[in-house]
Design a binder for this molecule. Structure first.
Ligand SMILES: [Mn+2]
Length: 254
């Protein structure tokens, strides 16, 4: 097996109104991803995804860049987030990528790592958990995707407003992962390393209740800069990318 790094990113929230984030992502591809063996995109890659049939200038541009990376020999894996859970096989194909389902056990360098977007761990947010159950139901998705695009846009706008007004009344810890569920999940999958995003709280946490060396690495969202994790036979590392100049920040938070 190749010793080239495996990279992880999440929460870029790509959208037409933020061409700077798309640009940072393209610089990241050219500077780092092209030297990797695989790139795992762990959800909320797009700020909003209303169906693969809703082709936009942005989606076409991103698919083109990813497909070029795939042609260069980098395996690309796409996991759903809470904003782009409707990303489908057809879009994945246009990126030369593979859709992966969470929880995803990644086996490499003689070790197993568990990958999640992270929203399933935020179990104290009951409103969100019931919304999630609804929209992840294949029947709901099929019905939703059969609606005209302007109806889908209307639904998404309403859902966003509702979630924003609900979030503003919630305590900060409710919006974070539930520690007991992290322990349970790690023990259930028998792993000592978990990588997720979603919470926008980049950090490396120790989880001694799981195992003395157990860690949970949390990717950050992309805004002024970006975040990625690299995994090589030697180490796992959380990197901050400073913007506008892309550089290997080496800011391990561990
Ligand atoms: Mn998310």
């Amino acid at each position: 097996m190749s010793d080239k790094p495996i990279l992880f990113i999440s929460d870029l929230h790509l959208e037409p109104g933020r061409p700077d984030i798309s640009q940072a992502f393209f610089s990241f591809l050219d500077a780092f991803a092209v030297k990797a063996q695989a790139l795992y995109i762990l959800g909320d890659f797009f700020n909003l995804w209303l169906g693969d049939d809703h082709v936009t200038e942005l989606s076409t541009q991103i698919a083109g860049k990813l497909h070029a990376l795939s042609n260069a020999g980098v395996a690309i894996k796409l996991m759903h987030g809470n904003r782009d859970f409707l990303m489908g096989e057809s879009f994945a194909q246009s990126c030369g990528a593979e859709l992966i389902q969470e929880p995803y056990l990644l086996d490499a360098f003689d070790q197993q790592i568990l990958l999640l977007h992270g929203d399933v761990l935020c179990t104290r947010d009951h409103d969100y958990m019931s919304f999630r159950q609804m929209v992840r139901d294949p029947k709901w998705q099929q019905e939703f995707l059969s609606r005209p695009i302007d109806e889908r846009i209307e639904f998404a706008t309403k859902a966003r407003k509702q979630s924003q007004s609900m979030s503003s009344n919630k305590a900060a810890d409710i919006m974070d992962v539930t520690p007991a569920d992290v322990t349970k999940t790690m023990l259930k999958h028998n792993i000592i390393t978990l990588i997720h995003g979603h919470t926008h709280r980049p950090a490396v946490h120790e989880h001694p209740k799981v195992y003395e060396s157990a860690v949970r690495m949390v990717l950050g969202d992309w805004d002024d800069g970006g975040w990625y994790i690299s995994w090589t036979p030697e180490q796992l590392f959380l990197h901050k990318i400073d913007s506008p100049v892309i550089s290997d920040g080496n800011s391990s938070l561990k």
